[in-house]
Design a protein around this ligand. Sequence first.
Ligand code: SF4
Length: 63
Amino acid sequence: MEYTVDKEKCIGCGSCNLACPNGMGMGSDGRATVLSNAEVEECGGTDLCPYGAIVEEDEGKAI
Ligand code: SF4
């Protein structure tokens, strides 16, 4: 599974980064970024974000 951050939903709270520092990072725009899909998967995937900003990349959308 591949994940991406919906930048419009991400409020930059940093909780995904705290919970999964190897999987999620914070970008210079103040929003989270996916560092490792495998790590995010192990940390709980979309459940990492209480705001629903971590979404599964599907339907052929390119990263
Ligand atoms: S993706 Fe979610 S948990 Fe991570 S910084 Fe953004 S709002 Fe917070």
